[in-house]
Design a protein around this ligand. Sequence first.
Ligand code: GDP
Ligand code: MG
Length: 443
Amino acid sequence: LGRKLNAALSSLNRIPVVDEKVLDTLLKEVCAALLESDINVKLVSQLRQKVRTKVKAAFESGGEKVKEANRKNIVQKAVFDELVNLVDPGIDPYKPKKGYSNVIMAVGLQGNGKTTTCTKLAVHYQKRGFKSSIVCADTFRAGAFDQTRQSATKAKVAYFGSYTETDPVTIAAQGVAKFKKEKFEVIIVDTSGRHKQESELFEEMRQIGNAGQAAEAQSRAFKESADFGAIIVTKMDGHAKGGGAISAVAATKTPIIFLGTGEHLTDLDRFSPQPFISKLLGLGDVQGLMEHMQDLATQNPDRQKEMAKKLEEGKLSIRDWREQIQNVMNLGPISKIASMIPGLPQDLLQGSDEEGALRMKRMIYITDSMSSEELDSDGSLFMEFAKDGKPIGLTWRVSRVARGSGTTVREVEELLCQYRMMANMAKQAGGKNGWLQAMQKVQ
Ligand code: GDP
Ligand code: MG
């Protein structure tokens, strides 16, 4: 879905004149991509209508004076904003309160990832200072309590359950009462997620062959039987990337709070509409990246804030950049982090995570051989300039660094090139008039 939407939006850049016909063609492509991901027809036609109205109003308000480049921006931004609206029901997402016993119940189809997600959630809240616990009220699945016990133990989270009690309501009541008494602030109740009398309903869902429509039917059915306040979309690392999330929000008008992105305990990402669409379109997710980094650097949040500011202002030195690369290396699999970095050179993403890590290590070796002065520079020390300011070549410093780091001149050159690209891009994206700012501005 993301690739198709991005292709449609980028096609505008090759068209000299943006008129109504171009807009219609673009909207056709966008809508086709959405429909293909099984997003409700009504929703798609609403989006088309809204974009058209918005674009027309913007074109007309500027009269003939709306410049070509601007017209493209207007169209791209209108589509982007409407995509964001699809996953934004306009309701503040759920937040547990400190000092209270916040009880959270997980509902969803069997195998959807509830038990896994319960532990991820407990870990997430525990990290943020909430005393957290899990109650296993799944008496339907054999071994459910063992599963909870194992993952909760691994995560160092308190848990409650029973091998003998067969009534889920009784277990839930006991567990919640116990943890409330013990002043737990987050109490997560894991359920089997299905009830016998609903079996017909679930059979019906199963028969709806494809994933996107199923997401909509499931969400609506669950919303009707258990009025939930927040959605967690699991298995976002799988292939059904955006469609399910969009359908779930549309069918229930309920905000998504997290995305499950893998089988590990830390594979839980906070959801926000704009970065989600940005990432879906392959535009990166600077905000998400910063959040990840802040998570990592909780021991030094001020430094990260400073970094973000420097990045936005285009003042990131090689030394800062190297620190960020090191941070990224500590964050986990490069493939996951890489998708958050806008415009990252594709070759850095190629190959396995091990290869990516190795490439980053070599980048660190290279910077290790730079002097303090060089590290604090913006890279221009490595270049020779003509009188008119045009770069004409590299200085002796490059071969010195190559020799010192046991790499080649070519590799050092490449590193400098990547740094320049990053710095320029960050400036363009983050600067006052950058598209990132324009798109992420909350309206
Ligand atoms: P439940 O029946 O709803 O409780 O589902 P489980 O938590 O037992 O998960 C079912 C399977 O999905 C397990 O093998 C999990 O490891 C896997 N799983 C859960 N969440 C994710 C996720 O976000 N990504 C991936 N790839 N697998 C997941
Ligand atoms: Mg389960």
